[in-house]
Write a protein that binds this ligand. Sequence first.
Ligand SMILES: *Cc1c(COP(=O)(O)O)cnc(C)c1O
Length: 440
Amino acid sequence: MRTPGRGGRLAELVESYGSPLYVYDLSRVRKAYEDLRTALPDPSRIYYSLKANPHPDLVAELRRCGARAEVTSKGELASALEAGCRARELLYSGPGKTPGELDEAIARGVRSYSAESFGDLERIGEAATARGVWADCVLRINAAGAPGSAGLRMTGSASQFGFDLDALLGAPERLKVHGARVVGLHFFPLTNARDEESLRAELVQSIATAAELRSALGIELRLVDLGGGFAAPYAVPGERPGYAGLRDAVSEALDDHLPGWREGAPVVAFESGRHLVGDSGELVCTVTDVKDSRGTSYAVLDSGINHLGGLSGLGRLLPMSARPLETDSPHAASGEEAQDSQRSQDAVASRATLAGPLCTPADVLGRGVELPGLQAGQLISFPNVGAYGLTASLLGFLGHPAPVEVVTDGGEVITATRLALHRQSAGTPAEAPTAAKELQ
Ligand SMILES: *Cc1c(COP(=O)(O)O)cnc(C)c1O
């Protein structure tokens, strides 16, 4: 018996679990972690940013690999704990942390925070003090970065993220906060940097800034989180970039500016979301209709910006493309077979606009995507969507069910689950003030 290829295996999963379907493979998550580990200075810590994909199976796999979790909300905190991460090893970050969420994080044992402003630092201190403990804080820095770098710049100009250097240097006394101990610095200047040169320049710049701030502010550096910016392709074919020269260059800069890092003084950390899980995931969906409109071919899919690419509304996404699945199953014939044998009027001529099922013209996953002969009933797959896929989409819009998410390991199914949005009571009017407080 012939073993089915990857396309065939995905089609079998669709037979079992329905379409559309997210499939993540843990062996790819492990490979990405090992590759990143090898590219980074040793010793160093890697935080996995749950923002990219909070699926507990992926988080658990990364924890087993040695990653820690970086969380920014009650939901991500719950996912990390469900995945077996220890609260003491989490880093809680993000702007605008509310007293309610800080209280919950402190109560659940989280003791490391990234502080984004003086006010944030004070609220972290208050939440810790209220429970009789101290929280360790790294200060997120909004510094002018290395010149000529690429990628989306998160810092260096006006930003809701982090401390401006002059604000920090102008009021160092505001860092003395009861309950919140400043133990280090946190940088995250850019994201999705494909080019090693700019990434290296940025990391080296952050290391120099860390050393300068240590002397200028007289703070202790126990943890220097250099962030990341490690790239990954998104919803297009392609490979994660490697960063062959990064380790030596960054280690050298650490030796120059933060001697002691090799003994863990300070601990050096990096963060990554997309690079660790992006290529582990695919979204398989079904073409439900094919039609022409004024010279443009449309393939309508059973999945749209409610399941993938919801961030495209923010102009953040690159164009996407999909491939037909090569399968033996007749109702999911590949493009070529369809062209040869059963080409009907209702087939895509060569390039198609891939539209989703939502009643809005914004529901487009790709334009000019080359999928000749595509017909209703066929399966197609978007590669490299393990990061910023389902939970970065408009899941609630128009009320289609979420796709099942299947987690495999080298092809073997580990779990199959479906996220659901439920409306639940927030209490009667009499109870509402308490409920609102809990949700703070
Ligand atoms: C978004 C974010 C990350 C993860 O970004 P990737 O590009 O997915 O690696 C890490 N750290 C911070 C502070 C972030 O905001």
